[in-house]
Each structure stands twice: as structure tokens, then as C-alpha cells.
Design a protein around this ligand. Structure first.
Ligand code: FES
Length: 248
């Protein structure tokens, strides 16, 4: 997988805060940042619209995926891509790219026709997702999104949420944190850390066995419950597991 082409985003769903207090007092807690609600299966994707030149102008459109898209226009995995369109009003709208007819991934907006077309059976949809023609029984799902104070865009993506469990392992001469989560097939993950809520996330090297060298930065999911191991930080901070996405 060519990770260098991937656009790095803060895509995470449940944080584990790690407190390494004085006197060896240590505890774990769930920060719960950006989790819409406990029974909501949506996860938050945060992007910076300026990272996508196509979104600079009205009618611009990008398609972002967590799984690759196959030549038959279905995702190679369980997550469909999303579509982000720049509206005439200057705002952004986010659509689920899953066609309501037979689930193919709908293409980005055509600048000439101002419509999305499904590559499988040619259903057409407007810039706002409404159905225009074709066998699709209704329009594309509009995803909830919100511009953040820093100008980035938070998008609530269906089925993106996952849970994380963590614990501290005492390996004698050093300690490690074991992070467990279900890693979806063909989805790539990173572990990130920040000391304070306002800090930027930093990528953390990890190992896939408890005593191994921390030499990896991207984990390619295989559809299995996965354990990653990281060092215990010197000070308090927050760990998160984030998903990578790219234009597809
Ligand atoms: S899957 Fe889109 S029109 Fe059939």
C-alpha cells in the first residue's frame, strides 16, 4: 500500500487517555472526544478542505475512501467512500457515495452536467444528492458535517466508529501499553498521541507484539481484533487510533 499518497487526517472515534501520575499512579480513562453518542455507529472524519484543490471552486468535488474501490465500483472492504461538493453558495455538502440502487460507488460531480453519475447503471444525482434519473429509488444520503473553528470540516461517517480497549503491561525492565481494537480489512490505522487537548496529534511508532521494537507507523487491517503496543509516555496525554483515508 502506498501510504505516502494517503492524506493524513484526524479520523478517530474513541480516545484512550493515559495518565502517568506522580508516584507511579496510573489509570486509564476514555476521553470520548468526538463520539456522537454511545449507540451511534458514526465516526468523525476531520478534513481540511484547503488540502483538496478541487474544493476551491463552486462545483468542485472529491471522493474520499477508507477502503480502496474495486474495478466493479464496489469498495474492497466494508466502508463506502464519501463525496464532498463545493456548492454555489460557497458551502460544502457531504454525501454518502453508496448508490441506493445496488451499492456501487457514485462518481464525483461532473463539472459539465453538475450531476453525480453512478458507473454501474447510470443513475444520476444532483449536487445535493437528490435523485434525478435512473434505477436508484432515491437520492444519496446527506452526511452531517460542520465547519470547526479552525476552518476544518468534521463529517459524521456511518459505520466508522470502533471501540478501543487498552491496558498497561509490565514487562520487567519497561512497560508498554497494549491497545486492542477491531481493525477492518483493507483499512489502514495509525496510533497518535498528544499531551494536551489543544496540541496537534503526533504519530506514535508501535509494535505488533509486546516486546518487539517499536518500528511501525501504519497498520493494514485484516478484519481481525488487533493488538498494537506502544511505549508509556513520560507525562499525561491522550492516545487515539486513527483511520487513514485517500482520494479514490
Ligand atoms: S448501482 Fe447505481 S445505478 Fe445501479
Amino acid at each position: 500500500m502506498d501510504v505516502s499518497r494517503r492524506l493524513f487526517v484526524r479520523t478517530f472515534l474513541l480516545n484512550t487517555a493515559w495518565m502517568a501520575g506522580l508516584g507511579g499512579t496510573q489509570r486509564l480513562r476514555l476521553a470520548g472526544e468526538l463520539v456522537p453518542s454511545p449507540d451511534d455507529n458514526r465516526g468523525v472524519l476531520n478534513i481540511h478542505p484547503e488540502d483538496y484543490p478541487a474544493l476551491a471552486e463552486s462545483g468542485g468535488s472529491v471522493r474520499l475512501g477508507f477502503n480502496p474501490v474495486r474495478s466493479n465500483h464496489l469498495p474492497d472492504g466494508t466502508l463506502h467512500p464519501i463525496l464532498i461538493n463545493r456548492l454555489e453558495s460557497g458551502g460544502l455538502i457531504v454525501l454518502n457515495a453508496e448508490c441506493p440502487h445496488a451499492s456501487c460507488a457514485v462518481r464525483t460531480l461532473s463539472q459539465s452536467s453538475n450531476t453525480h453519475t453512478c458507473p454501474c447503471h447510470a443513475s444520476r444525482f444532483g449536487v445535493d444528492g437528490r435523485r434525478i434519473s435512473g434505477p436508484a429509488p432515491f437520492g444519496l444520503e446527506v452526511l452531517e458535517s460542520e465547519i470547526c473553528p479552525d476552518g476544518s470540516l468534521d463529517i459524521l461517517v456511518p459505520r466508522l466508529k470502533f471501540s478501543i480497549a487498552s491496558k498497561v503491561l509490565d514487562l520487567g525492565i519497561f512497560k508498554r501499553i497494549k491497545i486492542d481494537f477491531p481493525a477492518r480489512r483493507k483499512v489502514s490505522y495509525q496510533v497518535v498521541f498528544k499531551s494536551e487537548a489543544a496540541d496537534d496529534w503526533q504519530i506514535v511508532p508501535f509494535a505488533t507484539s509486546e516486546g518487539a521494537t517499536l518500528s511501525q507507523s501504519v497498520f493494514p487491517g485484516e478484519g481481525l481484533l488487533t493488538s498494537l503496543f506502544v511505549d508509556v509516555p513520560k507525562d499525561q496525554g491522550i492516545f487515539a487510533v486513527q483511520i487513514l483515508q485517500e482520494e479514490v
